[in-house]
Design a protein around this ligand. Structure first.
Ligand code: NAP
Length: 441
């Protein structure tokens, strides 16, 4: 469904003018492709697309070839409110000043394209309200999974279905690190170092390895999938820095691989949204996602299982998604219409992590003595956590016990782990990892 644009809209055959905020990894590729593909883009957008100005912090820096530095300005606030600007493309990142700039643009009736997951996951509702109140478009395909056309699928293609679950790898940096650990047997620090050397991880990798980047993306995905307001603060988040080479080796021995997953699912009483490392069976399609690629499963009642796969980051792939949005917004403006808005009518409650249902892998260091398994199993039984598989390896006076459970409630598992830690025969509780992928897979 489309709605008519407000009074601020210009629906002419003349050029549509773009204010580009940021000319870094993504912005420079957007500027280059707008220049190099101008003829094709004009044909698809219904008329020429012109850059009115490019906001940067340091205009003196060298930029990618094809970027016209005569368009640079260090005053983004002036640029977004110029009367001849039709579309603001925000590729600065972070919450401020991006938030104020985009609200100023939307308040003036100017449509916005952004790749800014952090901003959308914290202030998406305010941006949508401003877009709606002023008859402007707000598009952000590039904010989740880079080049992969995933948000449009959730927002438009699946608008007639009931999405039950979105499960996937949405952070390429952590997938690269875990893939290195799995394929080379390296530990976390060595794999992170390789990722940094090859440009897959930032000098400050915190947002990636601590899971906050994934949490912002999960919030955006859950909001669209379940027609509900979700912010990154609603997302249970655990990163990968505690994953050891031993965890990876144990997972391998059990036929699993460890991935950082974003999981958004309907459950009793609402929706569960979480980002954490999880073991998945090696036969699961997500196990075959290597290096820095992204892949997302969407499960819907009528459509069944859909899988989206591709480059989740990088200047050019992300610019592809940004330009797709620019063309969509340009077509809307030419037609004097707005694109469809995500419907946030459902208001499903966010279920606390303690209520989440999943399976678990637990490694314990125990005394290597006869009969040690019985009291350990008794703790699981008392907490109502059913054991699926046990592996025991002797190591001198100690033994290592690896336990995989059937589906259990997070709170029951937490109680089990606390009880285990207090047992005299348990020397240490090693790793506790969630196991995803359906039972029997
Ligand atoms: P980046 O390389 O750091 O570029 C940021 C750009 O914004 C730079 O050109 C910088 O100017 C400019 N800038 C920063 N603060 C500014 C300010 N106050 N005023 C004017 N200009 C300012 O970032 P990026 O990697 O292109 O990412 C941009 C956005 O895309 C982020 O929201 C990011 O999350 C998202 N995204 C990125 C990727 C990716 O692969 N990189 C993938 C998906 C989504 P100077 O160059 O002068 O410093």
């Amino acid at each position: 469904m489309r709605t008519e644009v407000g009074a601020g809209a210009r629906a002419s055959r003349g050029p549509l003018r773009i204010a580009l905020l940021g000319c870094g990894v993504v912005g420079s590729q957007v500027a280059r492709l707008l220049a190099e593909q101008a003829v094709d883009l004009a044909a698809r957008a219904g008329g020429p697309l012109e850059i009115a100005g490019i906001a940067v912090r340091r205009p003196e820096l060298p930029r990618a070839s094809g970027v016209d530095s005569s368009l640079f300005t260090t005053d983004p606030a002036e640029l977004v409110t110029r009367p001849d600007v039709d579309i603001v493309v925000e590729l600065i990142g972070g919450v401020e000043p991006a938030r104020s700039l985009l609200l100023a643009a939307l308040d003036a009736g100017t449509s916005v394209v952004t790749a800014n997951k952090a901003l959308l996951a914290s202030d998406g509702a305010a941006l949508h309200r401003a877009a709606s109140a002023n008859g402007a478009d707000l598009y952000y395909e590039a904010a989740v999974a880079g080049a992969i056309p995933l948000l449009r699928a959730l927002r438009e293609s699946l608008a007639g279905d009931v999405v039950r679950r979105v499960l996937g790898i949405v952070n390429g940096t952590t997938n690269f690190i875990l893939d290195q650990m799995d394929s080379l047997g390296s530990d976390f620090d060595a794999a992170l170092g390789t990722a940094q050397r090859l440009g897959y991880a930032e000098a400050d990798p915190a947002a990636d390895v601590q899971g906050t980047d994934g949490a912002a993306k999960a919030a955006i995905l859950a909001g669209l999938a379940f027609h509900t307001e979700v912010t990154s603060g609603d997302v249970f988040t655990e990163g990968i820095s505690a994953i050891t080479a031993d965890d990876i080796a144990s997972a391998r021995a059990l036929g699993f691989v460890i991935k950082l997953l974003a999981i958004c699912e309907r459950c009793d009483g609402g929706v569960s949204v979480r980002v954490h490392p999880a073991m998945i069976p090696r036969v699961h399609p997500l196990a075959a996602v290597h290096e820095a690629y992204n892949a997302v499963f969407v499960e819907a009642t009528a459509a069944g299982r859909l899988m989206f796969y591709g480059a989740g980051a990088g200047g050019q792939p992300t610019a592809s998604a940004v330009l797709g949005d620019v063309v969509a917004v340009a077509r809307n403006r030419r037609a004097g219409l707005r694109g469809p808005e995500p419907a946030r009518y459902a208001e499903l409650p966010i279920v606390p992590m303690a209520e989440a249902l999943t399976r678990y892998y637990i490694s314990l260091d125990v005394a290597d003595q006869p009969g040690v398994l019985a009291p350990v199993a008794e703790v699981f039984a008392r907490r109502g956590v059913s054991i699926k598989a046990v592996r025991q390896e002797g190591r001198g006076e100690d033994a290592s016990l690896i336990i995989v459970t059937h589906t259990a409630r997070e709170s029951a598992l937490a109680g089990t782990v606390a009880d285990l830690a207090a047992m005299p025969v348990v020397r240490a509780v090693g790793s506790v990892l969630r196991v995803e992928g359906e039972e029997g897979e």
